[in-house]
Design a binder for this molecule. Structure first.
Ligand code: PEP
Length: 236
């Protein structure tokens, strides 16, 4: 049975109180497309206000600590995100893996903490440009999945295939490569929603969605623009 499509926006370290109108507009678009689950992962400082104006649009965080509380200056726990109004969290984004040296062992600890706090998780996996050029994409993604899930059953988790080399630029994989990776993800974790992320736009979204055979997208830059994000939603 086809799964409900899922469209998740990732605002990264962008957005403040002046951007609430964008969230309002995305919330309105989401209500016009009730067959698609739509969520926006905003900076932690915006979660509460985003929830206030989102009109039911799911709001998420972009990371959480593995511990519920403690001496971890600058960090935020899964239960804090939940209390602020988040219903999901991104984990394992390549920017976290790169900038904060997060490894799969840490990501699985965060994943357990997020699920224990009642948050849904979008787990990001994907190979570097070097691994892609060497033909190691499938091997890398399979290893990341196995290590980051560590036997968890995939309940409440969606997996976003985000090739590191496709994020934040203008290159995307061939839809056939996306389809192969979506198949690998579903073979590794049954029943899961397999998303694609990396330079999705209203122009390339239809091919990536249909020929790529994914259950949805994780979208960075284009989610900061309500019109562009809505155009992507309308392709699903
Ligand atoms: C991302 O940050 O997860 C992402 C996919 O970014 P972009 O769409 O801007 O490439």
């Amino acid at each position: 049975m086809a799964k409900r499509p899922l469209l998740v926006g990732n605002w990264k370290m962008h957005g403040d109180g002046g951007d609430l109108a964008v969230i309002v507009a995305i919330g309105e678009a989401a209500r016009r497309h009730p067959a698609v689950d739509v969520a926006l992962c905003v900076p932690a400082t915006l979660i509460d206000r985003a929830r206030g104006v989102s009109g039911g649009l799911a709001i998420g965080g972009q990371d959480c600590h593995a511990e519920p509380n403690g001496a971890h200056t600058g960090d935020i726990s899964a239960s804090m995100l939940r209390e602020a109004g988040a219903s999901l969290v991104l984990l394992g984004h390549s920017e976290r893996r790169h900038d904060h040296h997060e490894d799969d062992a840490l990501i699985v600890a965060k994943l357990r903490a997020a699920r224990a706090a009642g948050l849904e998780v979008v787990l990001c996996v994907g190979e570097t440009a070097e691994d892609h050029a060497a033909g190691r994409s499938a091997q890398v993604v399979r290893e990341q999945l196995t290590r980051s899930l560590a036997g968890m059953d995939g309940q409440g988790i969606a997996i976003a295939y985000e090739p590191v080399w496709a994020i934040g630029g203008d290159r995307t994989p061939d839809p056939a490569e996306v389809a192969a990776m979506a198949g690998l993800i579903r073979d590794t974790v049954s029943g899961i929603r397999a998303l694609y992320g990396g330079s999705v736009t209203p122009d390339n979204g239809a091919a990536l969605f249909e020929e790529g055979g994914v259950d949805g997208f994780l979208v960075g830059r284009q989610s900061l623009d309500a019109e562009a994000f809505t155009a992507i939603l309308e392709l699903m």
